[in-house]
Design a protein. Structure first.
Length: 342
């Protein structure tokens, strides 16, 4: 059921709640950025007393310091995915009766593709070739016009007449702020309305601490490498920093380079585990980051995003096969990125 076109917020809420039974064990799966974390926590609050339990599960560890502070200071309960189903320390999705994907779509990465979701709630653009509406999902609410998924969940909470706690309001507010870049990129009236509703409810001392927890001393080494290896072509900056502890540092670097005068598009790339991760930011005017990365990398892995922000992930084995190489080195990867993005 695609409910994104329903005009009544109450109708959307009722359609969502009608999916669940009181004995359901629900899992909310996220790729843990602030918008996803806040939205998932909003769903957990919505389903309280409607289902047996709701568990938030992240598909990867949280390593970006802002996000670690978000979860720690607000005490957000998050578990982590066990893909093999053989570890007591992680979560196996088989034990849940309903699966929700929030702030993402199945095509966004290989892990999402392998999960049979009952619900998708998101604000990212839908690719033309996506078959998300042709399956048996019980509930789909995707609104590409919105600046954040946290805005959508705030509307659900208001329709349910649930006043969020200070902690939940802070998480949702931070989700809106990060995905709209404090309303400097794609924003609609609904985002502003949600922000104005949440603002007096949030803990602003905690929010300030979360926002300033940007980088560690270790991250400065990646900044040094990014500055030293930067490639400038007209109004673009591309940098490949090699292997990174977490792809989150690529987001910080890419957003930093976009601040450079006369730069309208910045790309930061690195290898995390066995994947080439490419993070792009643009002014959204002269370049469309989402379409550029989708055009260049969708056939090799996963890629997509908005005009102003996008991400691609390419498994190294697929990249080697595509390039006809046995192994990668810095020059090989840089040339590949230059060919596809500059």
């Amino acid at each position: 059921m695609n409910v994104s076109q329903l005009k009544s917020r109450k109708a959307r809420l009722n359609a969502f709640l009608d999916i669940f039974q009181h004995d359901d064990r629900v899992v909310v799966v996220i790729d843990p950025d602030p918008d996803a974390i806040g939205s998932a926590w909003g769903i957990k609050r919505l389903l309280w007393r409607h289902v047996a339990c709701t568990t938030i599960v992240a598909i990867r560890p949280i390593r970006r310091l802002n996000n670690i502070s978000l979860v720690r200071l607000l005490r957000i309960p998050i578990e982590y995915l066990d893909e093999d189903g053989d570890s007591e320390e992680f979560i196996n999705l088989e034990k849940f009766t309903k699966r929700i994907l929030v702030d993402g779509q199945p095509y966004h990465n290989d892990i999402f593709r392998r999960i049979d979701f009952d619900v998708v709630i998101d604000h990212h653009p839908i690719p033309e070739k996506s078959n998300i509406f042709r399956n048996s999902m019980a509930f789909i609410d995707i609104r590409p016009s919105y600046g954040s998924t946290s805005t959508i969940l705030t509307e659900y909470l208001r329709a349910a007449q649930i006043k969020p706690s200070a902690s939940l309001a802070t998480a949702l507010l931070y989700g809106i702020k990060t995905d709209t870049r404090n309303f400097e990129r794609h924003t609609v009236e609904e985002d502003i309305r949600a922000f104005l509703y949440l603002y007096p409810l949030a803990n602003h001392n905690v929010l300030t601490k979360i926002e300033i927890s940007d980088i560690s001393l270790r991250d400065l080494e990646f900044f040094e490498e990014a500055l030293r290896r930067r490639i400038v072509a007209k109004n673009k900056i591309l940098t490949y920093v090699g292997r990174v502890d977490s792809p989150d540092i690529l987001v910080v670097i890419s957003e930093f380079f976009l601040k450079v005068y006369d730069i309208s598009w910045s790309i930061a790339a690195g290898i995390s585990d066995s994947t080439l991760v490419v993070v792009a930011r643009s002014d959204g005017y002269r370049k469309n980051a989402g379409k550029a990365l989708e055009r260049s990398f969708a056939s090799l892995g996963s890629a997509g995003g908005h005009a102003a922000m996008a991400r691609a992930e390419v498994p190294i084995d697929k990249l080697l096969k595509h390039m006809g190489k046995l192994r990668l080195n810095r020059r090989t990867v840089e040339n590949f990125l230059i060919k596809h993005l500059l």
